[in-house]
Design a protein around this ligand. Structure first.
Ligand code: MLT
Length: 257
């Protein structure tokens, strides 16, 4: 059975892949959806005392990096997929996939990039990320949901999708948000990686994605000599806003590998 690993975006967890998990499993794939460290619903014991929140107590944001997360994904592929898998990443998940491709190219049979970019941050967004860390430390994560939601969906997205996204964002802990922003602010530029890829690649972009535009992603596809699919009526979170169209693109690609 072929394995496909789906890497989630920010500030979310594996729950964002539910529509794709079902479609891919129904098509006979072994689907793995890792949640990055500190993301996801907190275990029940966590939150009872300050010792459970190491990232809030110490300047330990450095434990989060695209490279350390890529190492974990590689371990999962080694232990659960015999060392090789198709890997897909949306936005932040795409950054992790690029770090994985650089460190462990042998682990990736084919790569799927959704609504992501290869370039590192310019100074302005980097400062915005560091500001979000300070805001979250001072006021918690409520502001993150308000800031992020309009960036992830089109204004036409239906209330069910909004609710799903809000629910997933609301369960992320401050240390996950802060660690990821730190890691993304310090991630390396990966533009030179794309032309070096020797595997099948697919690039998917929401037609109305303002964060990682279809133009940017079509250019990435060209650099990687990959396939490009634009998803109509979708913003940045294309997999949730138009799951059927994204599933069709994924299935068309992965069944041919
Ligand atoms: C995401 O959707 O994962 C974020 O937009 C990534 C980022 O902040 O660069």
């Amino acid at each position: 059975m072929k394995t496909i690993v789906l890497l989630h975006g920010f500030p979310l967890d594996a729950g964002m892949w539910e529509p794709q998990r079902d479609a891919l499993e129904n098509a006979g794939f072994h689907v793995i959806t890792p949640t990055m460290p500190f993301f996801g619903p907190p275990p029940l014991a966590v939150g009872r005392n300050a010792a459970d929140y190491p990232l809030l107590q110490a300047p330990a944001l450095e434990v989060s990096s695209m490279e350390s997360w890529a190492r974990k994904v590689n371990e999962i592929i080694v232990h659960e997929a015999g060392g090789k898998a198709i890997v897909a990443g949306l936005s932040m998940g795409g950054y992790v996939l690029m770090a994985l491709l650089r460190a462990h190219p042998e682990a990736v049979r084919a790569a799927i990039f959704l609504d992501t970019k290869a370039a590192e941050d310019s100074p302005e967004p980097r400062v915005g990320r560091l500001k979000m860390i300070e805001d979250v430390k001072a006021h918690g994560t409520a502001g993150v949901i308000q800031t992020m939601l309009p960036k992830l969906l089109t204004p036409q997205a239906d209330e069910g999708v909004r609710k799903t996204l809000r629910t997933i964002m609301a369960r992320q802990r401050p240390e996950a948000v802060c660690g990821a922003q730190w890691a993304m602010a310090h991630r390396r530029d990966q533009t030179d990686l794309l032309p070096s890829l020797e595997i099948p690649t697919l690039f998917i972009a929401g037609a109305a994605d303002a964060l990682t535009t279809p133009t940017m992603m079509a250019q990435m596809a060209e650099q990687a000599r990959g396939k490009f699919v634009e998803i109509p009526r979708a913003g940045h979170q294309s997999n949730l806003e138009q799951p059927d169209a994204v599933n069709a693109a994924l299935l068309a690609f992965v069944t041919g590998i």
